[in-house]
Design a protein around this ligand. Structure first.
Ligand code: HEC
Ligand code: HEC
Length: 150
């Protein structure tokens, strides 16, 4: 009996291994040892329109191009427009006050080092269909579904 069970489970494993992959990956149907065709590069959205935030503490997405903007030890191009002293001239949104807070919640005179690398959290956008399906819903949809009367 034990042998039959072992045999059956072997068959099961083999069938699983041989079956077509069911998981949608970014490489699509291209075999592992082949190089697929790269998708065309899409242009960054550059319409200067501020976008909706999906929940109150969401980092706003960047409504302008940022290609070639240097952010490293020597320079931070973003801050040349978005820092407190620069917004009068640039008319950019000032980085929010949270960006001046250190980890203990104290406000510093300049942008806190933990907010220095802007693109850790803020991204420019490209107008393309989603690469893979996802079930993300905004906080408002979530509240609607929960039947809240907010
Ligand atoms: C030349 C000036 C300039 C530079 C450099 C710049 N920005 Fe901006 N940014 C703006 C202006 C002006 C706006 C307001 C919307 C617009 O006009 O595009 C803006 C809008 C934004 C917003 C949207 C704010 C909101 O409230 O929705 C974010 C986020 C942002 N920028 C992040 C960045 C990041 C990150 C970088 C660096 C990679 C950067 N910006 C570099 C001028 C600049
Ligand atoms: C660790 C993540 C993180 C980093 C790094 C970061 N941000 Fe933000 N940013 C946020 C979040 C979250 C918000 C929205 C909540 C808030 O205001 O704190 C925000 C808000 C903003 C806003 C909108 C301010 C407003 O009042 O509407 C601007 C502009 C901005 N960030 C620019 C920048 C720039 C420029 C840098 C780099 C110097 C940067 N951020 C680095 C997370 C980040």
């Amino acid at each position: 009996m034990k042998k039959i069970i072992a045999l059956l489970s072997m068959v099961g494993v083999m069938a699983y291994v041989l079956a077509e992959p069911q998981i949608a990956t970014l490489r699509g149907t291209t075999d592992l040892d082949q190089e697929g065709q790269a998708p065309r590069m899409a242009a960054e959205v550059n319409d200067d329109k501020r976008t909706d935030r999906d929940y109150p503490m969401a980092a706003p997405s960047i409504p302008h191009k940022i290609d070639g903007y240097q952010i490293d030890l020597n320079a931070n191009k973003c801050l040349s427009c978005h820092n407190r002293q620069r917004v009068e001239e640039s008319q950019a949104t000032m980085v929010s006050v949270t960006h001046f807070m250190n980890r203990d919640g104290n406000f510093l005179a300049d942008v806190s080092p933990n907010r220095y690398f802007c693109t850790q959290c803020h991204t420019s956008q490209i107008d393309v269909p989603a690469l893979i399906e996802n079930e993300f819903i905004t906080m408002d949809e979530l509240l609607n579904r929960a039947g809240s009367s907010h």
